[in-house]
Design a protein around this ligand. Structure first.
Ligand code: VAH
Length: 315
């Protein structure tokens, strides 16, 4: 059975439904620190678990005979800058708990998300390679960089089968992101439909690596199902799909909503975005487990506007 920690989050929500589709609802236990997504809570086995509580995770793994844990709980880049010690505590201790359960044999396999936030202002910005300088300037990026080191250590020293992806910004319509720097790329679709105006907290030419949620979920499942012998990276895989600027996503939306207007008021998140790469080289992921993205910017815009229009029409 599978346990998803942080199942109510932006990625956790969709990962839970995809894994339940593949493995059966009863074989995928969703958990989070609270029951904020009631549809998810009521759609299958759900447990309230604080990801910082080792015994809570261990008891759940034993009670449900869990063999695989997806650890999706974390404080992201913007929130991490407001609450640095809380971000370190949650992001690191939750990872140690799950890695130690695997080391002790309670569980067999671990998925843990990293991020392009491991890169910093000294990293080559264009087509950033898998192996390069990582001097992150955010607490979130530091936790992801150190987390990657621990994942590789537990794999090499204890044979723990932990797998990881450096997610770019992820855009989805089913659950809102929380506390990220790339969240503008989700907010902009909602505002295009709700008000026709969006005041963007990043400047218009800020290019960032991004990905539609369906591609991120496919990559996660494909990596976890890949034969262990094919995997040459046990820190975390570079992964990319598209890169775009606020201006480019605005123009993509404007082709559907001609009167849509945008203004730019960069805030503290501009410095975070400026420290990250503008595009990523994911050739090793493509080579090791046949990664291939499906959605380009316009295809993503089409799905996002179609699904959000349906949602707001029913509200
Ligand atoms: C954030 N969405 O903005 C996350 C992600 C690459 C960005 O790590 O913090």
């Amino acid at each position: 059975r599978i346990l998803i920690i942080g199942a109510c989050g932006q990625i956790g929500t969709e990962l839970t439904s995809k894994l339940r589709e593949i493995h059966g609802v009863e074989n995928v236990i969703a958990s989070d620190i609270n029951t904020r997504k009631l549809d998810l809570v009521n759609s299958g086995p759900f447990e309230i678990i604080d990801a910082k509580n080792f015994n809570a995770i261990k008891d759940c793994c034993i009670n449900y005979n869990i063999d695989t844990v997806y650890l999706m709980a974390a404080l992201l880049s913007a929130t991490g800058e407001k609450y640095p010690m809380e971000a370190w505590d949650l992001n690191m201790n939750s990872l140690f708990h799950v890695l130690n359960l695997a080391k002790g044999g309670t569980i067999k396999k671990v998925y843990w998300p990293s991020s392009i936030a491991v890169f910093g202002p000294t990293t080559p910005r264009d087509n950033t390679p898998q192996h390069t300088i990582c001097e992150p300037t955010t607490v979130y990026g530091i936790t992801k960089q150190v987390g990657e080191r621990w994942c590789e250590y537990y794999y090499k020293k204890y044979g723990v089968d932990v797998r990881s992806i450096r997610y770019p910004g992820i855009i989805s319509h089913k659950a809102m992101p929380g506390g990220g720097t790339t969240d503008y790329a989700v907010e902009i679709y909602h505002e295009a439909i709700k008000t026709g105006n969006y005041n963007c907290f990043l400047s218009e030419n800020t290019s960032l690596p991004m990905m539609f949620m369906d591609d991120a979920i496919k990559a996660t499942v494909d990596l976890m199902e890949a034969p262990a012998d094919n995997l040459t990276i046990r820190s975390s895989y570079n992964l990319s799909a598209i890169s775009f600027t606020p201006k480019e996503i605005f123009e993509s939306i404007k082709r559907h909503i001609p009167d849509f207007k945008i203004t730019y008021s960069p805030d503290f998140r501009q410095a975070i975005a400026d420290s990250w790469p503008s595009s990523i080289d994911d050739s090793i992921a493509r080579n090791d487990w046949n990664w291939q993205h499906s959605f380009d910017l316009d295809a993503m815009t089409e799905v996002m506007l179609k699904e959000l229009n349906k949602r707001y029409a029913n509200d």
